[in-house]
Ligand binder design. Sequence first.
Ligand code: GDP
Length: 761
Amino acid sequence: MRLVFNVLGRRLQQKGLSTLYCGSKLKLSALSLQHAKLFATTSVNHDEFLRKMRNIGIAAHIDSGKTTVTERLLFYTGKISKMHEVKGKDKVGATMDSMELERQRGITIQSAATHITWKDHPINIIDTPGHVDFTVEVERALRVLDGAVLVICAVGGVQSQTYTVYRQMQRYNVPCIAFINKLDRMGANPHRCLMQLRDKLGHNAAFMQIPVGLESESTGIVDVISRKALYFEGESGENIVEKSIPDNLVDITEEKRNELIECVSNVDDELAEMFLVDKQPTDEQLYDAIRRATVARKFTPVFMGTALKNKGVQPVLDAIVKYLPDPSEVKNYALDNSKQDEEGKGERLLMNYERSFENPAVALAFKLEQSNFGQLTYLRIYQGGLERGDFIYNTRTGKKSRASRLVQMHADKMEDVNEVFAGDICALFGVDCASGDTFVKDKKYQVSMESIHVPEPVVSMSLKLDARDDSGKLSKALNRFTKEDPTFTVFWDQEARERVVSGMGELHLEIYAQRITSEYNLPVTLGKPTVAFRETIVQPVEFDYTHKRQSGGSGQYGRVIGYVEPLSPDNYTKIEFRDDTKGQNLPRQYIPAVKKGMIEDVCESGLLMGTKVRGFRIVIQDGAHHMVDSSEIAFKLAGQGAMKQVLEKGMIRIIEPIMRVEVTFPAEFQGEVTGSISKRKGVISDTDGVADLLSIHAQVPLNDMFGYATELRSLTEGKGEYTMEYSHYAPCRDEVEDRLIQKYKEENEPQVQNKKSGKRR
Ligand code: GDP
């Protein structure tokens, strides 16, 4: 789970959300046979089909032109008949921005998957969120793609978010090609971008093309391998005209061609051998070597153009099929839950990409979307195949569903398909599941594509409707979002009589509030953020408690003996329970009641500040019962009493979430940024970076991170950004703990006195 707080992204968010609402409607196209046809022509050779397939993402710093590039990819592959500029004058907005909020902001935040075909190659474009706040979505999007196009602005160059995006791609071993966009803009400098790719990101990168003119004189590009100049003519640049290289660019083309061969030779043995004996590779040999080096993530081929002016996009499509891997070239593993290790983690099982129904089907639901026809679930198939009408099982819940419709999506239109195989991306209707669930066809094949660990939310805010709503739209919206994103939760705070939403950061919750406003036309206001503090028991405590009541009729009797011990810090949010009893002093059937008594209620409201008490193991060793007076209720009350005894006797501390923070910024601001982290009680573990872009890694209490986006922006002239992910819980500093206890006391003193409750100190 990872949150990226991008200063620029936030600025865009704040740039205003108009109130127009026109929900994202799914237009049902006539049953398209395009895909089926592709199958029909290739059904003899699924292997060849797989080799042709690409699953790619477009990654970019915000405003580099990702949406514009994507729009052109759809246009040239015939998926849309018209192009719209992002936030264009025609008020239609780019097609990929299918959500209203995205339309308003002109940026893409959801990862829809679009299917296109280029020169007989099926390509799925998985739209990775532009500004990377929705971490679950980003992680899943990166997971399901096999390659990426890194879009860089020719003026802005490699900016800090490019750095963040690139690091994420590294984490998931995603090979990429680069596209330098906006050659037509004043100040465009592709050479600087290449240098930055090398120096800042450490890429072994080289030009595949050079520009014919820059800024207002940008007219075309030269392909350094084929030694041809390409011009993009026609209303939308659809006619590619090949000409000989302009005289003034002949020498530089040769220079860049040699540089390209040298860069690839450095990482590819075959080409290196030719290079050493001064043998010129053929174009084909060069293409093959570039492909090998790119797939192995040892080389980044660099393309360029201007998406807005429709120049240079088709060669990117060619490059996607030429240099990025097909699904079978990427190793994917499922976890076999029938063979678990001591920690309950399944054994890794390599997925077989053969496109056949012979292999047991495995599919990952990587994204959910609400449509007019019910829940739309995006799947990536990792093994075997699915046919329309198949029964599938969710390996997490065991629930059986029917894949009555299989579709492939194009932003907000869909096409029905009859079957899908390993490597494909498709969507299903009406299947009830959560994002991240794995589906199989054979119920006994117990595998999952993701370990099902979901971190507990660490920040809460109250959420209030600005106006009354009787339509139930709010619960509909919340229901949907909590299902799509397991780290976003909602509960009704009985005491404060308000709805509270919890998530992985302030921005995470703000985005959902904005989506409720824009997509459901329900303006809402968020309260102040509160951190999920917890109380924990730091030393073992013994208990021996007898619950006894005799009031006429049958009485109540139950005695429990045992101890409570702290868990390790990575388990600070858990409660474990162990039954070590021997003999019949405490009959087995009462153990669940004891457990309930000890955990429910009492552990929901600690003595120091009324928060949940977590991070310990309860061990029951012995007890006593009475033939007549013992009952479940008696033992539940005995459990409750025992736990209260523990809390009163034990040494209790308040613990808080600590975040792993990574700040990326131009080196000139090192002093300021380091100071800002120290001021927030962060512990810096590492500083790294290339050339003038630095990254600080630190652990900082979440409670000290509020308002950091604003501070960082002003410290770094808007050039710095940070990512934040939950790391672990740790005891608060003494002064923080004292302050929290004091505050809780002040707020609850009258209440405590009124209730005359001895429960709270
Ligand atoms: P994203 O945030 O990366 O998705 O970027 P967009 O596609 O929304 O583009 C950001 C802005 O740059 C928009 O105003 C686009 O019209 C503009 N833009 C995109 N490509 C080009 C280009 O090649 N040249 C110029 N001059 N502007 C472009």
